[in-house]
Design a protein around this ligand. Structure first.
Ligand SMILES: Cc1cc2nc3c(=O)[nH]c(=O)nc-3n(C[C@H](O)[C@H](O)[C@H](O)COP(=O)(O)OP(=O)(O)OC[C@H]3O[C@@H](n4cnc5c(N)ncnc54)[C@H](O)[C@@H]3O)c2cc1C
Length: 130
């Protein structure tokens, strides 16, 4: 890991990661009436949507995956069985975050979190991101 820098995020809630778990968390926070980019912030180290799926190899086609859990409030993707699963999931997750305006901040690799005064967090992140 190279240099890191520190940013103060003035949010009550910070979600680290925009894979299946982070996107689902965003959905439930919005359902509680919280606003993305105002009341909560989702940070993701990847430059594009897809979480861990965006790092899968091409040979893992959609027909070969064990199954994909649907994100809350959105049906599972329907896709060509021969298409690489990572492309299908990138599209599925990407559409999900766009449609719900989850305002994911990326690429943003958090390396440390510190609670500071009030409701604020100081997040240390890798210098190459943000
Ligand atoms: C080889 C393999 C095959 C699999 N096949 C299937 C399958 O067929 N079907 C299935 O349902 N599941 C499968 N899985 C499991 C599936 O990939 C995981 O269950 C799912 O990705 C978990 O979602 P997640 O949101 O917890 O984590 P992830 O998808 O890993 O998302 C985490 C996100 O957080 C980001 N992040 C991590 N650390 C930081 C940080 N410090 N700062 C900022 N961002 C950060 C990452 O960049 C990533 O975008 C497979 C897993 C593996 C390893």
């Amino acid at each position: 890991m190279g240099r890191s820098s520190e940013t103060v995020i003035d949010r009550r809630i910070v979600v680290i990661g925009a894979g299946q778990a982070g996107l689902s968390t965003g959905y439930y926070l919005q359902r509680e009436g919280l606003r993305a980019g105002v009341d909560f912030e989702i940070l993701d180290a990847n430059p594009t949507p897809g979480g861990a799926w965006s790092h899968r190899w091409d040979a893992l086609t959609f027909s070969l995956v064990n199954g994909v859990y649907d994100l809350p409030g959105s049906p599972k993707p329907v896709a060509d069985p021969d298409e690489p699963a990572r492309e299908v999931i990138k599209r599925y997750y990407g559409g999900y975050e766009r449609d719900r305006d989850l305002k994911i901040s990326r690429p943003w690799r958090v390396v440390a979190v510190e609670s500071i005064a009030g409701d604020r967090f100081a997040l240390r992140h890798a210098a190459e991101s943000g």
